[in-house]
Structures are given as C-alpha cells and as structure tokens.
Design a binder for this molecule. Sequence first.
Ligand code: FO1
Length: 341
Amino acid sequence: MTSGTPELSRSSCKVAALAGGVGGARLAGGLAQVLQPENLTVIVNTGDDFEHLGLKICPDLDTVCYTLAGLANPVTGWGRSGDTWQALETLSRLGGPSWFRLGDHDLGLHLERTRRLRAGETLSQVTRHFCQSFGIQAQVLPMSDDLVATWVHSDAGTLAFQDYFVRRKCQPRVSGFFFEGAENAQPAPGVLEAVAGADLVVLCPSNPWVSLDPILAVPGVRAAVQRRPCVGVSPIIGGKTIKGPAAKMFTELGLESSALSVASHYQDLLMGFVIDQTDQALSGAIAALGMAVCATDTIMNTPQKRAWLAKEVIEFSLALVGKPSSTQTAEEENRSAAKHR
Ligand code: FO1
C-alpha cells in the first residue's frame, strides 16, 4: 500500500450490483443494509418484462424494489407482502387470463407504471419515481430503457420468457436463449457510469442464463464490467438452486449443474467467486479458473443473513482489491488484474 493512499473500506466502497430474480434481489437487499446508500447501484434485468392485460410488467425491477423497500412477499420472493387477490379472482371468474398472478397492490403499481410510460416517461424515470415513493435510497436502474425480450429455445418451441417460466412452470427442456432487441439497446442512463465508477461489481446469485446474461448483452455493459474488479456469488448450491430453474437449465444445456459451471460461465469477468460452504470441495477447481474463492454460508433466508452475506462478499472483495483502483497507477492495476485472473 502506497503511504498516504486512502484504504478502501466497506463504508467508502462503491458497488454496482447486477441482479435479476429473487436471489439477486435478496443479495441487493443485504448490500443495501451494509453499504452507504449513495454507494450502491443495482442494475436490474428487464429481459423478463412483458405486456400482460395491457399493462407493462417488470418482474425483476419490482422484485428488487419491493425487496429494498421491505415490501416483498417473504414466501414467494416476488409480489408484495400481504397482498390480496380480488382483482385476479374477478378476472378468473370472467374467463380472463389468470396464470400470471397479480396481487391487488401490485396491480396498482403496474397501472401507474403503464400510465406514466404512455405519457412519455422512460422506464428509468418511472423506476426512480417509484423508488423515491418507496423510500429506497440506493440507486435502482433498469439495464435499458429500450425493449429487450428474453426468448427461450426449448423442446416446446421458442417461448416468450414468462410463457416458459410461469405459464409452463419451466417444464420444457431448454436448448438456448435469445435476447431480442439487445444488440440495438442502449444501456439506461447511469448504467455505464455506475459500473465505471464502481470499486467493485457484484454479480448477484441470479440465474446466469436468463437474469444476468441479458444485462451483460446490452452493448457496452460486459466491456465496462471487464474493466472493474468483479466478484460473483453462486446461485447454485450443492448442484441445486434455492429457487428457479438455473440448475435445470445447466443440465439441459449439457453442462454440470454446479458452482464450478457458474464460475466458468463468468470466467472472463471474475476476480473472485463466493460459493456455499457445502461446495467447499469445488474451491480448487474454481481457483484453477484463475479467480479467488470464498466458501461460506450463502443461504439468505432472513434479512440478517442477507446482510451477513453481503458483508462477507464485500470483505472478501476488499481483501482482493486491496485499495481503490482509482488510486492505482496503470501498472499497479495491470499487476492486480494479472494476479486475480
Ligand atoms: N412467478 C411465478 O412463478 N408465478 C406468478 O404468478 C408470478 C407472478 C408475478 C407477478 C408480478 C411479479 O413482479 C413477478 C411475478 N412472478 C411470478 C415472478 C416472475 O415472473 C419471475 O420470478 C421472474 O420473471 C424471474 O426472475
């Protein structure tokens, strides 16, 4: 450490977290508990967004926002805690599509988002307004204000994401994914700046294929992440996922469902990878990919455990980074990169 160089600490560490789905939202919630709010930006997948009942639904943005606001349904992880289902019951009784369960309070948010978008606001502007209304202090950004739609190639054909995920309960066997519109999408305002200004990028324990890959497919995002110290957290524990189809997807794509496969999926990005203690035996193989490994308890079943894991991730990363890259010379940065890759 050069004398006089301020050491990077948890209280000064600027983090850009890439998230989608329930696992990602939960770690984002932990990061919000242990970082200064102005130092946290959560960049959220919008590839799952779709139009339903004439409304714009943004499941991952809402899951992240409800979680950060302490409003998320603790059982499902998505939707709102204590929501009621009267609109859905009426819809169902009238023969309308009820496969995608929208609670009454949740529905109010979709109505207002749709109204604002139709009035000309961007998704970023609407999201900022909702975050302010919910008292969320961290910055939450959609990956893009442009339409990007995840499609799933499967043995039941090429399916729109929510058709695959919710209506068909992830039952079709997947063979690949396609992010329609990604190549022409612009990152939302602030996305590239948040990544470039971050001391640390965190890849949350989200589905690599359908939650984080769409974000990384937005032009400029992957390259921006590659230039920053980046640490990931495995969504796969003991070959399985807590929630969602990531493990099933790895298997159906002909890959082993393991934390090692996730590390290998992000090999070009990671200087460090956090795995569950159950998977400690994979540490050597993951380290052989050229990254540091931290094996710890990654189960986030309480808000306290989310904060605890977030702290572990930050402390592990700070030990790897050593000091803020912004204070490193180009030569030091190259050395540090060579050491961790
Ligand atoms: N997931 C389900 O499995 N079933 C649902 O009926 C459902 C409704 C829903 C409503 C609002 C919302 O924000 C999310 C909702 N989700 C539902 C979750 C969501 O579709 C997925 O978790 C994500 O798209 C994957 O990250």
